[in-house]
Design a binder for this molecule. Structure first.
Ligand SMILES: Cc1ncc(COP(=O)(O)O)c(C=O)c1O
Length: 197
């Protein structure tokens, strides 16, 4: 059997696409004509509903409500209300997820918190193929804490690619895993977050 004979024909693909229960979700987003967009982690496609929400936030809540909008428009508690909405997607209960700051700032805080939870530990282990700014944060925390940053995985210096579990010494405090490492990384390289108590 040749490679091409394994491919389903276009009509079969289109039939499966038409029967996809998530098909209608495509219409919730704006995308340029003909674009197939697979980037969801960094900057996903614009939801149509976002434009109306931005309009309301700017013209009503900010321009008309002014400083009152911290309370009257619920800005003050957005960390929790948005967190609960994300919580429903990731399986956490009400009050267990908050939205705050930027990814980099949150990584910085989380790594410091991990050190504080594990006094005496002195190593951050991170994937070498992590998003660059994740590693800048890890470098900064390591320098502040007098700790070392150990890179593992595809882009780690002087290491071959291996899917074997990374051995974590007792000195390792935080483990930083980026799910947004470069796309060329095979899925087999994805590792679970590892923590030691
Ligand atoms: C894995 C990862 N880390 C860090 C960043 C940088 O985010 P921020 O500018 O919010 O710190 C991004 C942005 O896409 C990201 O995907």
């Amino acid at each position: 059997m040749t490679q091409s004979s394994k491919l389903p024909d276009l009509a079969a693909v289109e039939a499966r696409d038409a029967a996809d229960p998530l098909r209608s979700k495509r219409d919730l987003f704006v995308l340029p004509e003909g674009v197939i967009y697979l980037d969801g982690n960094s900057l996903g496609p614009a939801p149509k509903a976002a434009f109306a929400a931005l309009e309301t936030a700017a013209h009503q809540e900010w321009a008309q409500g002014l400083i009152r909008s911290w309370n009257s428009a619920g800005w003050f508690t957005l960390t929790d209300t948005l967190g609960d909405q994300i919580g429903r997607l990731i399986g956490s209960g009400p009050g267990q997820t908050v939205v705050s700051d930027t990814t980099s700032i949150n990584i910085y805080k989380a790594l410091h918190a991990a050190f504080s939870l594990n006094p005496g530990r002195s190593v951050i282990v991170a994937e070498g193929s992590s998003f660059p700014t994740d590693l800048y944060m890890a470098e900064g925390v390591a320098a502040t804490r007098g700790a070392k940053l150990r890179l593992e995985g595809v882009d780690a210096p002087c290491r071959s690619i291996s899917t074997a579990p990374v051995s974590i010494s007792p000195s390792a405090a935080p483990i930083s895993i980026s799910m947004a490492a470069r796309a060329r990384r095979p899925s087999s390289m994805r590792r679970s977050v590892i923590t030691r108590s």
